[in-house]
Design a protein around this ligand. Sequence first.
Ligand code: UDP
Length: 326
Amino acid sequence: MRILVTGGAGYIGGHVVLQLQQRGDDVVVVDDLVTGDSARIPDVPVLRADLSEPSAVPMLTDALAGVDAVVHFAARKRVDESVLRPAWYYQQNVGGMANLLLAMEAARVSALVFSSSAAVYGSTEGDSIPESSPTSPISPYGRTKLIGEQMLDEVAASRPLRAASLRYFNVAGAGSPRLGDTAVLNLVPMVFEKLDAGEEPVIFGADYPTPDGTCVRDYIHVADLASAHLAALDAVASGAISGNRPFNIGTGRGSSVREMISAIAAASGLDLVPRVAERRPGDAAIVVADPSRARSELGWEARHDLRDIVESAWASHQLLSGSPRG
Ligand code: UDP
């Protein structure tokens, strides 16, 4: 198939592009290269563009000639920044999605996989979360993802669009060392940053109602997340999905912050003694996916465990930070 990947030079997009190439698909990437890096995907044509610009519609329409399906990653993804600059987040994420959908309509491309987020659920507690759980995002970032899904619902009601919205849980790890996450926005890279500075990792709150008092999340290896996109692409391209269908992409298993820090200590060989700090505003105690829909409808499930995630993240960090240690 010929696949257009927006945001294909990013951390997750780069993994998907690589897996598409490995199975013989023909790939073209559109990326503004603000947080993405074309060095991740050296053999792929990259069209440099900001999807939220009005000029993106004719550019994308041309780029979509002969394309069978689209994977849409291009978006801003910092929750804290979205609180400070909400209007810009709506322009970027919602505006970019609107332009992409207009171009797909003009080019008569009807199959799409959308990069959504577990942030659409908002505050959740307790058991694992099925897709039928109420959606109530707590940040502008989460709302841009939910609005993206709602746009797909509405467009699919008006024309023949087949879409899968993949709600990612906590993504980490690297499929190969050079593809690792270079942003410092999440737990694993934040622990690495502290280690590089010679400081102890920080736990944001150890008094949650969880077995060890620290927050529990569903960590998914980025290579497993990437393979979920390929499974979803096949489902939208073949017509197995009609309309817009949301899928949780997680493992169904929870790990606490303390367990993650212990796994990082084991992978790095470093003796890590975390410091407990105040709770971070807005953190839910437990966020774990019920991934059974993806298993039954896409034939997908995660294969990598926590050790694979943390060891691959550490190997990548050593390569990309240029400071092997441990
Ligand atoms: N966390 C932490 N110390 C850090 C970074 C994150 O204790 O240095 C915790 C955070 O409070 C949350 C979990 O790790 O409970 C995962 O945070 P992350 O920002 O990676 O993802 P989130 O689930 O918030 O989207």
